[in-house]
Design a protein around this ligand. Structure first.
Ligand code: BTN
Length: 326
């Protein structure tokens, strides 16, 4: 993982907690480092995607509002492939926009970020609430084979959990297949859709919705939360977007290179599902038991009361009361 140093995490906290500018000398004193180190740390944060205003007399301040607008039209990350961001104020669903762009021949890596979705789509035909302040985006990918579909979905959840942990030091976990939870409440959902033509994959729309500074409708508040609620301050979204994309890029390369077990093992490391008693609801049955692992295709393995191991490929999982598998 591209880990932030202790000083970087602390500097992010200092700047986020302060509504105003903080002088370089005050930061140096709070961190116990030199002014030159403060300058270097500020540059490192900028490299991570933080937009930082600097003033010769007043010092530094993190820009939280409109930080996403500023990256629009720009390349946000260049790794295995190149990711360019297009920011729009409002649309029906970023999945639709990326689908249109792909049909018009857009290159993979194009990433559409939108402030507000009027018809946000969730998994299993559900609606996704996507009001202002969240991080709602879709990445266009063109993998050579459909085989990697499920693992890409799992890896994307891990990419988000890792990014939240690395930037804000918040313990985020994945719930099968790819929800991201903090304290068992959902902070992120992922939807992957594909256009397939005669057995050949044309393109994939990897849609990610992270609850950041948005206000959740009351009916969702018992099961979902936002990073702002967790941290108690407004969160800049560009560093989160950049970090997630970087992690997705690492995972995408692993998939293309065939390092599938790396993806599976990393998912297990970040999992909140493994070891729990769960109920899986698939299209034709409900399976209750202990989640004991993942197979190399990303299917969840559940051991039932009768000690039978069942394989769940698609569906929803509910975590039942806490119980560790022994
Ligand atoms: C889920 O049901 O958990 C998946 C939610 C996926 C939401 C994201 S927000 C960006 C992208 N555009 C959409 O319309 N949906 C996905």
């Amino acid at each position: 993982m591209y880990m932030a140093s202790r000083f970087e995490v602390e500097l992010v906290r200092i700047l986020m907690l302060s509504k105003d500018f903080v002088s370089g000398s005050k930061i140096a004193q709070m961190l116990g480092v030199s002014r030159a180190t403060v300058n270097r740390l500020i540059r490192e944060l900028e490299d991570r995607g933080f937009v930082i205003e600097s003033h010769p007399r007043l010092g530094y301040r993190i820009v939280v509002h409109n930080d996403l607008e500023r990256v629009s039209g720009r390349e946000i990350y260049r790794g295995f492939i190149v990711y360019r961001v297009e920011y729009i104020k409002e649309c029906s669903s970023t999945q639709d926009i990326v689908d249109i762009l792909a049909r018009e021949g857009a290159p993979e890596g194009i990433t559409v970020v939108c402030e507000k979705l009027s018809r946000g789509r969730g998994r299993l035909g559900r609606r996704w609430e996507a009001g202002e302040g969240g991080l709602w985006f879709t990445v266009l990918l063109k993998p050579p084979s459909i085989k990697s579909f499920q693992l890409l979905s799992l890896a994307s959840g891990v990419a988000v959990a890792k990014s939240i942990k690395c930037l804000f030091n918040v313990d985020a976990k994945v719930k099968w297949p790819n929800d991201v939870l903090v304290n068992e409440k959902k902070v992120c959902g992922i939807l992957i859709e594909a256009r397939v033509e005669a057995d050949k994959i044309h393109h994939i729309m990897l849609g990610i919705g992270v609850n950041v500074n948005n206000t959740l409708p009351v009916e969702l508040q018992s099961n979902a939360t936002t990073i702002k609620n967790i941290m108690g301050v407004e969160i800049p979204r560009t560093p989160l977007l950049k970090n997630i994309i970087r992690e997705i890029d690492f995972a995408y390369k692993k998939l293309i290179d065939g390092n599938l077990m790396d993806i599976v093992n990393e998912w297990i490391l970040y999992s909140s599902t493994i070891g729990k008693r769960v109920k899986a609801i698939t299209f034709d049955e409900e399976i209750e038991g202990i989640a004991i692992g993942l197979d190399e295709d990303g299917a969840l393995l559940i051991e039932t009361k009768g000690k039978e191991v069942k394989r769940v490929v698609a569906g929803d999982v509910i975590h039942l009361k806490e119980q560790t598998y022994t």
